[in-house]
Design a binder for this molecule. Structure first.
Ligand code: PMP
Length: 462
């Protein structure tokens, strides 16, 4: 059976198992484009609809149980319905949900965040996108400059500010060393997306080229310390130090978007890589599943926020429920010990994956750090360094088979998207890892039977 037949087979299996999801999807898509409220949830032939979740498990509307390693795209390192969080939040909610005023937990949480992630001052928001937007505004206000430099394939939220160079097709994206500022959405005015300059991840020369052209006009560099929206691509050794150095040289603000990494390592990316940015954004996992984000920064930058200075407002900012949930999450659940245990399970998963792929000669890029990692089936055995590598080498057909077939076996291995990664929560167990490893073996045998692994070389595009 070739890979296209295999795709049809696994799709059929999926459809047979998820009839109720299909019904709901068919109905919802009459009212909601693509039947989802976030484009990232679109899946072929349709996404699953869920009904409940607990611990490491989630159940769909057909009653199927899954071991969940997506964990709401990394928002749940606490795992589903953590008993401590449920108890605390349930009693809290009896006293209201939102006041339009700060509470004592605004103070407590600010201290916990600054202590744990190491900055001078903090402002709370709700989503990652809101927070990256504030960080960019601060960088521009602080420097009086217009341009922001980002990396191709990095994602910083669905706002106009940074929807540039997200997943461009290479034919439109320019030379890899000098990527174009390709808008990642319709409806973005050129005046806006042209303010975002794009460089290649892990490529110093590419960054230097942008700085040599626009240097004194670059307000800041924003990046994911580990690129986690094009698989799981860490910075090569010394790359973050290089970015720190070039920011200092040109007086630009260095911004770490830690929406994901703040839940992967106890102290976030700064602790893991030993490089200090000027601003960092934390979100997702630290809210324990409640909408929460924060911008942390150096005092002289953060003090620009205020009336007639840098605007930052929001009805739901610092809403007591999210703030309290984040406080409990960070102080009682995502402890160093608990995160170390989850990280060990993640490492075990990755190592098992590496063995299985090697034993079966299936080319794959497998990468992991902290509580996350991912398996990316490739056309040849290479290390992925940036978005161009991802496009060139990742075998999307094989990834489709891998992800969809795992789902049919009751496993959500790394969300249902080829560019995502797994999240191991503090509630996952060795048994969950063993289940996913068994699943991998099965899928690998399917892939082998369809000829995946017969290595072939792709010509260099440039
Ligand atoms: N930054 C990064 C690194 C992200 O991964 C995401 C979301 N996946 C965002 C920002 C946007 O966060 P939100 O969806 O909460 O706006």
């Amino acid at each position: 059976m070739d890979i296209l037949d295999l795709i049809e087979n696994v799709k059929k299996e999926y459809v047979n198992k998820t009839r109720r999801s299909q019904e709901l999807y068919d109905e919802l898509k009459k009212y909601t484009p693509y039947g989802v409220h976030s484009n990232w949830r679109i899946w072929d032939p349709y996404p699953m609809f869920m009904s409940r979740a607990r611990g490491s498990r989630i159940w769909d509307v057909d009653g199927n149980e899954y071991v969940d390693f997506c964990m709401a795209f990394g928002a749940l390192v606490v795992g589903h319905s953590h008993p401590v969080l449920i108890n605390e939040v349930s009693s809290f909610i009896a006293n209201g949900t939102i006041y339009g005023f700060e509470t004592e937990y605004s103070v407590k949480l600010a201290k916990v965040l600054l202590d744990r992630f190491g900055m001078d001052m903090v402002r709370f928001s709700n989503t990652g996108g809101e927070a990256t937007e504030l960080a960019v505004r601060l960088a521009r206000a602080y420097t009086g400059r217009k341009y922001i430099l980002k990396f191709e394939g990095h994602y910083h939220g669905s706002r106009d500010t940074l929807m540039v160079g997200l997943k461009p097709i290479p034919a439109r994206a320019g030379h890899p060393k000098e990527p174009r500022s390709v808008p990642a959405s319709m409806g973005l005015p050129e005046d806006i997306y042209k303010t975002v300059l794009v460089a290649q991840w892990n490529d110093e020369e590419s960054v230097e080229k942008v700085f040599s052209k626009y240097g004194d006009e670059i307000a800041g560099i924003i990046l994911e310390p580990i690129a986690m929206n094009m698989g799981f691509i860490p910075p090569k050794k010394g790359f973050l130090d290089f970015l720190r150095k070039i920011s200092d040289e040109y007086g630009s603000v260095l911004i770490f978007d830690e929406v994901k990494t703040s839940g992967k390592f106890y102290g976030g990316a700064e602790e893991y890589f030993g490089v200090k940015p000027d601003i960092k954004i934390v979100s997702k996992a630290i809210g324990g599943g409640f909408p929460f984000s924060a911008v942390l920064g150096k005092k002289d930058i953060m003090e620009l926020i205020g009336p007639n200075k840098v605007a930052h407002g929001g009805t739901f900012n610092s809403n007591p429920l999210s703030v309290y949930a984040a406080y409990i999450t960070l102080t009682k659940i995502l402890t160093r010990d608990a995160m170390t245990r989850a990280s060990n399970l993640s490492e075990e998963t990755a190592k098992a994956g590496i063995d299985i792929m090697n034993d079966n000669k299936i080319p794959a890029y497998i990468s992991y750090a902290g509580t996350s990692g991912g398996i990316y089936l490739t056309r040849e055995a290479v290390e992925l360094r940036n978005w161009r590598d991802f496009v060139k080498y990742v075998n999307l057909d094989a990834m489709y088979v891998y992800l969809t077939s795992m789902v049919s076996r009751g496993l959500i291995p790394q969300c249902i998207a080829p560019d995502e990664q797994w999240t191991v929560s503090v509630q996952h167990t060795k048994e969950d890892v063993d289940r996913v490893v068994e699943g991998m073996k099965h899928v690998v045998s399917l892939l082998k039977s369809s000829g995946v692994g017969e290595v072939f070389k792709i010509e260099e595009a440039f």
